[in-house]
Design a protein around this ligand. Sequence first.
Ligand code: FE2
Ligand code: FE2
Length: 337
Amino acid sequence: MYGNDIPELLGEVEAAEAALREAAARDTEATGGEVAYFEAVIQADQKIEPRDWMPDSYRKTLIRQIAQHAHSEIIGMQPEGNWISRAPTLKRKAILLAKVQDEAGHGLYLYAAAETLGVSRDELVDKLLAGRQKYSSIFNYPTLTWADVGAIGWLVDGAAIVNQVPLCRCSYGPYARAMIRICKEESFHQRQGFEILHTLSHGTGGQRAMAQDAVDRWWYPSLAMFGPPDADSTHSEQSMAWKIKRFSNDELRQRFVDMCVQQAGVLGLTLPDPDLRWNEDRQAYDFTQPDYDELMQVIKGNGPCNRQRMAHRRRAHDEGAWVREAAAAYAKKKAAA
Ligand SMILES: [Fe+2]
Ligand SMILES: [Fe+2]
C-alpha cells in the first residue's frame, strides 16, 4: 500500500545501525596525534565521540545543524497541534497526539546530542527564541484543513526521512545514534499521513478535493525542504568531506520526487507539476524546481506563519517557566537528600 520505498529506507537505517555497532568494536590505528586520529576515524567510516578531539569548525557545524534540527522538531509540533482538538475521530485524535508527542521526543534526543558538543539546551533555546538560530522553513506554512495533517505526514515527514536516513551514518556518534531512533519513528509518521490521504481520496468528492488541495499546497514547500540547489549550497562540500552529509541537496530531492510519484499513483492524487515526467536516460523523473526565492523569503522570516510560530513558542516558553523551576527545585531537594 505504501510503495516500496519506506521498507527500503528502513533497511538502510538497519544497515547503518549494524555499521555503527561494528565501528564501535574496531580500533582506529593512527599515529601522529589527535588531528591524524580524527582524519583516520573519518576515513575509516568510524565515529567521532564526545571525548575525541575535533576541529573547532566541525564542532560548530554540528552544533548549528543539530540545533536547527532540534528546533524544527519542536516548532513542527505547532501546525499539527492545531488539529488535535479537531481531528475527525477519537482514533485519529489519539494517533495525532502520539505523533506530535514523538516530535517533542525527537527534539529531546537532538538537544541531548547537541549537549555532548559542549552547548547547553538553555543556550540553544535562547538562541531560537532570540531568532539567532533557524528551524525548517516548512513549518511556516499554515494547516488549513484536516487533509493538511495527511499531507504533512506523507510529504513533510516523507521528505524528512529521505533527508535523515543518510544522517544515520553521520561521522558524529551521538547524532548518528539519535537519527537511527528518529528515522524509525518518522516512518510511522509518513504512513499515518499516507493513510489519512488514502482515506480522504477514496471518500466523498469533497474529501477527495480537500486531499488534492492539501497536496497542491504542500508539494513545492516539501521540495524546498532539501535546501537550495547544489550550486548555491554554502555548507555542503565541507560537510561531505567530514561525512556529516552523504548526498547533495539535489540528489536527495530527486530521490524524494521519484518516491512520491509512485505513491501519488496509489493515492489517486496528482502532484501539481505539469512537467513531471519519466526521463529514460536519467532513469529518474524530470520535475519543476520549487521557488527558491520564496524559500529565501521564508528563511528570512517572511513566510506566512513565521511570526505566529515564534510568538507561540515564546509564550509557551514563558508559561512553562514554573515547570522548569519546579523540576529544578525537586532535583535539588533530591540531591540534598
Ligand atoms: Fe520528527
Ligand atoms: Fe515526524
